[in-house]
Design a protein around this ligand. Structure first.
Ligand code: PLP
Length: 407
């Protein structure tokens, strides 16, 4: 298969997938990242750790998450069969718990005291606060003020779990500024603190490590799908913010030549600067938050402001492995607007009784378009990355009228 030579499931020794990834951080952090990398490489071979992680996956997260054939939606669309990998059913309601548990266990083994992170929609913050409670570590979460207002239930959840939530007012008050602030706090004491990155982004080894912890999604799905249909899906679809839920599903299928793979980015209000976060579609290679990737940037290489109705998707960078998979043509990256995502949010809710996260609604919207264009003999497996409980107030306030829910 033409790709297998190029697929590079692991980054090289310097943390590069092709020309993307690497380590662009102040010197004081370089040694610490090497330590984290070495500890992780040791840990992932440790039978005790492997056993602990797999029993937590089963008894705490609730894995395996099911693969569900969405027959009502498929009937309505009259095209390819749509299947959902139900990451929305995980404890805490999204895929992020998969890597948070892994990162917390690693931090604990390394003798760290506190987990630090940024959060956009609040999903990573909640998942990390949960993992911190479980492992007995302190937890500090940085969150933009705009996101705090929009995702209030998740803020309350983090506080109940014992985390402190630090509001970030800079710039647009969303994910990028939260990452900046969390990073500054981390730099003050990288010895006792552990920065638990929320996606397959940041300096090496984070993109590899978070990817490895998310691969369980695809490993389960390939067997579950085969059991139900006798074969592999013809198409995979997942939304891409930083890219962790997408790479988690895709990894198991990258060297299956018959599987077409699509990542879906937010086109927001349209393709003007500041109105979207379609990084792989419209960005150019650059450096952000310690690594090289496709980046939405101005002429000076500064990240552009971004927008998406889904807080978990509005990031101007993207994982280095996705950047590489785009260049070699193995994954195609498409876009979906805010409005299309909202329509899919209501369609899945009303046809299947499943309220998706706004992030996942982007994957659904593209999957529906793809399904319409294909015959009923074809199949599409969508990563339903999370549930929409966190989004309901925002959606009803802003779009309720249009869908028969007046204020
Ligand atoms: C955070 C989040 C995303 C986006 O993050 P990725 O790293 O791109 O997966 C997608 N879906 C949900 C439900 C999220 O919470």
């Amino acid at each position: 298969m033409e790709y297998s030579r190029k697929l590079k499931p692991s980054p090289d020794l310097n943390g590069y997938f092709g020309e993307y990834g690497g380590v662009f951080v102040p010197d004081q952090l370089k040694d610490i990242l090497v330590e984290i990398n070495n500890s992780y490489l040791e840990l992932r071979q440790d039978p005790g750790f492997i056993e602990e992680l797999s029993s937590l996956r089963r008894d705490y997260i609730g894995r395996p998450s099911p693969v569900y054939f969405a027959s009502n939606l498929t009937t309505e669309i009259r095209g390819a069969g749509i299947y959902l990998k139900r990451e929305d059913l995980n404890h805490t309601g999204a895929h992020k718990i998969n890597h948070c548990i892994g990162e917390a266990l690693l931090a604990k083994r390394m003798g760290k005291k506190k987990l630090i992170a940024e959060t956009g929609a609040g999903q990573h913050g909640v998942a990390l606060a949960t993992a911190a409670a479980l492992t007995g570590l302190e937890c500090e979460i940085y969150m933009g003020t705009v996101d705090i207002a929009k995702e209030h239930p998740n803020v309350t959840r983090m506080k109940i779990l014992g985390a402190s939530v630090v509001p970030v007012e800079d710039g647009l008050g969303t994910l990028k500024e939260a990452v900046d602030a969390a990073f500054m706090a981390y730099l003050k004491d990288p010895r006792t603190q552990f920065y638990a990155i929320g996606s397959v982004v940041g300096p090496h080894p984070f993109p590899m490590m978070v990817r490895d912890f998310q691969q369980i999604v695809g490993e389960e799905a390939i067997g579950q799908f085969r059991e139900q249909t006798g074969t592999v899906p013809d198409n995979l679809v997942a939304c891409v913010g930083g890219g962790s839920n997408a790479i988690g599903l895709f990894s198991a299928f990258l060297d299956e030549p018959g599987v077409d793979i699509y990542g879906v980015e937010p086109a927001g209000r349209g393709f003007k600067d500041g109105d979207h976060a379609a990084t792989l579609t419209l960005g150019k290679p650059g450096i952000i938050h310690g690594f090289r990737c496709y980046l939405l940037q101005n002429a000076d290489g500064e990240p552009l402001p971004v927008h998406s109705v889904a807080s978990g998707l509005d990031y101007p960078g993207v994982g280095p492995q996705h950047s590489y998979l785009k260049d070699i043509g193995r994954v195609r990256y498409e876009t979906v607007t805010d409005t299309e995502a909202i329509e899919s949010f209501f369609r899945l809710s009303r046809l299947e009784g499943i309220i998706p996260a706004l992030e996942s609604a982007h994957a659904m919207a593209f999957a529906e378009l793809l399904a319409k264009a294909l015959p009923s003999s074809r199949t599409i497996l969508v990563n339903l990355s999370g549930r929409g409980d966190k989004d309901i107030d925002y959606v009803v306030e802003n779009y309720g009228e249009r869908f028969g829910i007046p204020n």
